[in-house]
Design a protein around this ligand. Structure first.
Ligand code: NAP
Ligand code: GDD
Length: 326
């Protein structure tokens, strides 16, 4: 019989890539969606699998809806990708971010414990939990957490609760501590997509300026399509464990900007950039760089798409998308 997987956050960036990967492995994939007035399936359309998913309603803020999802699906694997995932908004919406990203995970873990205790659970943990924990110039599984945002703090709670359900009740739970990963279906608020969309609009004459915040921040950026493979691999291990997933190489926001303009064929990038304090954060995470040796060795995972290939892929996709608006 086909294995059954639930993906929460199916309509986001990672959900569609993971669903496609699992469908290719003959899983029956259930996608949890929250109630919408006007739902959009654009990201699933982009990867071409909208009609291959079984949708089920649930909200991370509502415990009984999560109980119902687990009761109806009886999953073999649960991938919890749902979150208020935009760090920048988490100061304004600290309570909501905590309810969805922290308490929602407790609800989901309880639902698994009481209804489907043999289900394996993947939690979308994040390098944002490290924050200032960067004493050696990189972060691995042993690096201390020092989160700098309500988002990061809520994710630390969920991370530790995921470990606690493993230690207390023997559930199969795993945290993937993923560094930034991007794609042509990345949300438009995140800096990479904001840049590639902005560059495409400038190139095609729909915009003259791109407003950004801190250009010196450094991130370890990879391709989302590669990272979902690591999520799957984590749940296939004999012994449940937590893994850092990244490329091991970082770049500044400025480098991302320069390369994007270059791929769009624009030389004098600086004249289009406006440094705008609205996009600076009350407390910044200045630099993230993974040391993903454990994932490379134990999971046999490796990223395939380079930084340059990722930027090119995103610029080309946005040029194509924006051209259709003309
Ligand atoms: P994303 O594009 O923002 O997708 C998040 C999904 O969560 C959206 O589909 C959203 O639904 C859903 N969601 C939000 N609140 C919900 C609620 N109350 N109930 C049910 N669903 C809800 O994020 P992503 O980039 O795919 O990332 C997936 C996960 O990995 C997130 O947990 C994120 O925090 C974590 N993560 C991401 C990265 C990265 O670089 N992308 C790195 C580390 C960790 P709507 O479509 O209805 O808004
Ligand atoms: N969004 C945004 N917009 N960020 C900007 C801008 C801007 O105009 N200008 C500079 N930045 C800087 C931010 O200050 C930050 O240092 C960096 O660009 C990356 O910002 P985001 O793309 O918003 O991502 P993030 O690193 O804060 O968070 C993402 O990665 C985390 C993993 O480290 C999200 O996907 C999180 O959900 C994820 O956990």
């Amino acid at each position: 019989m086909a294995k059954r997987a639930i993906i929460t956050g199916i309509l986001g960036q990672d959900g569609p890539y993971l669903a496609k990967y699992l469908l290719a492995k003959n899983y029956k994939v259930y996608g949890m969606v929250r109630r919408y007035s006007n739902p959009t399936f654009d990201n699933l359309d982009y990867v071409g699998i909208t009609n291959k998913i079984e949708y089920i309603e649930g909200d991370m803020g509502d415990e009984s809806s999560l109980m119902n999802v687990i009761r109806v699906v009886r999953p073999d694997e649960v991938y919890n990708l749902a979150a208020q995932s935009f760090v920048g908004d988490s100061w304004q919406m600290a309570k909501l971010t905590t309810e969805v990203n922290a308490i929602g995970v407790l609800y989901l873990l309880n639902a698994i414990k009481y209804i489907s205790p043999t289900a394996k659970f993947y939690q979308a943990s994040t390098s944002e939990m490290f924050g200032l924990g960067n004493t050696k110039g990189y972060q691995d599984e042993n690096t201390n957490f020092h989160p700098r945002s309500p988002y990061g703090i809520a994710k630390v709670y969920a991370h530790m609760m995921t470990i606690n359900f493993r230690e207390s009740y023997g559930l199969y739970t795993s945290n993937g501590i993923l560094f930034n990963h991007e794609s042509p279906i990345r949300g438009i608020q995140f800096v990479t997509r904001k840049i590639t969309d902005g560059v495409a609009r400038i190139k095609l004459g729909l915009k003259d300026k791109l407003h950004l915040g801190n250009l010196d921040a450094k991130r370890d950026w990879g391709f989302a399509g590669d990272y979902v493979e690591a999520m799957y691999m984590m749940l296939q291990q004999k012994k449940t464990d937590d893994f850092v997933v990244g490329t091991g190489i970082n770049h500044s926001v400025k480098e991302f900007v320069q390369l994007s303009f270059k791929y769009a064929g624009i030389e004098d990038w600086e004249k289009y950039i406006v440094i705008d304090p609205r996009f600076k954060r009350p407390a910044e995470v200045h630099e993230l760089k993974a040391k993903p040796d454990k994932a490379f060795k134990q999971l046999g995972w490796k990223p395939k798409v380079s930084f340059e290939e990722l930027v090119k892929m995103m610029v080309e996709a946005d040029l194509k998308r924006v051209k259709k608006l003309l």
